[in-house]
Design a protein around this ligand. Structure first.
Ligand code: NDP
Length: 271
């Protein structure tokens, strides 16, 4: 294990600085709850999204259930340069870099894009660029600036998570933007893992979740067959509870045995 290896504290994730995007609802909200409960007192959590009320509410909940963890939130539209800068500034205000055992940068925020259209209907480059800016460029630049804000030091394990999808690996008809964005993100974070072998990098695919995003997929997907498959997942009760998938991700982080840069799916067998 390198000098930047995992802390030895058992049963918890140690004293952590965590920056979590897309924390207001869905999978991100569940992740915040699951992660915080494993943080030692003195840890800090920064929640990011555009929804002030939802984050204020969540911060209150976390404050009650994890009183030793200092919870902060910042409204930031990560589809804009200003939003990325706001998130970076909020992270600079966190105090615990010198005492933390672990840094988690969790890129969870994402969007489905317009899934009503097939490939040949995307003729406006600005629409495509806008999608890729939020789902790819923004995650890259925010992660980079956070890694600069929290440089490596002995005793600190730095972990970067990309919330990925099966769509990073498999094409789905009428999801050209989503599949492209997810594939690009996986590769981007694989490159990061190659470049910095002291970092721990995880591409985690949470499985089909019962969230607003999945509702959009069920109602908007242009490809009839895929839309029916999405509807069936819901009606057959096969969608995964966000809490279960968040718990699995936290267990993977805790076990710390994945290969850095790997794509790990909720459905993968435990090693
Ligand atoms: P939701 O649409 O339910 O939530 C998306 C989150 O991202 C919200 O917190 C939202 O906050 C935030 N967000 C959206 N747009 C912006 C923006 N412009 N700036 C900042 N934050 C933004 O999605 P899920 O919880 O379902 O998805 C979470 C992650 O999991 C995504 O990366 C998704 O691709 C992935 N995933 C989801 C699956 C599913 O079945 N749901 C399956 C596989 C992967 P707000 O609107 O408040 O800003």
């Amino acid at each position: 294990m390198s000098e930047y290896g995992a802390p030895s504290t058992q049963g918890s994730l140690g004293r952590v600085i965590c920056i979590l995007s897309g924390a207001s609802r869905g999978f991100g909200r569940s992740l915040a709850l699951q992660l915080c409960s494993r943080f030692l007192p003195g840890s800090e959590m920064l929640l990011l999204s555009r929804s002030q009320d939802a984050m204020r509410w969540l911060a209150g909940e976390l404050g009650q259930s994890c009183p030793g963890v200092s919870v902060h939130w910042e409204t930031a539209d990560l589809s804009t340069q200003e939003g990325i800068a706001r998130a970076g500034t909020a992270a600079k205000e966190l105090q615990g870099h010198q005492t933390a055992d672990r840094l988690f940068i969790i890129n969870n925020a994402g969007s489905l894009g317009d899934v009503s259209k097939l490939f040949v209907e995307f003729t406006d480059p600005s629409e495509v660029n806008k999608y890729l800016f939020f789902n790819v460029s923004s995650a890259l630049c925010l992660t980079s600036s956070l890694l600069k804000t929290f440089p490596a030091r002995p005793g600190l394990q730095r972990v970067v998570v990309n919330v990925s999808s099966l769509a990073a690996l498999q094409p789905f008809k009428s999801w050209s933007l989503y599949c492209t964005g997810k594939a690009a993100r996986d590769m981007m974070f694989r490159v990061l893992a190659e470049e910095d072998t002291d970092l721990r990098v995880l591409n985690y695919a949470p499985g089909p979740l019962d969230t607003d995003m999945h509702k959009l997929a069920r109602t908007e997907t242009g490809d009839h067959e895929l839309r029916m498959r999405m509807i069936e997942l819901k009606t057959d009760g096969k969608l995964i509870d966000c809490k279960d998938s968040a718990m699995k991700m936290v267990e993977i982080l805790q076990a710390d045995s994945y290969q850095s840069g790997a794509h790990v799916d909720f459905a993968d067998e435990d090693e």
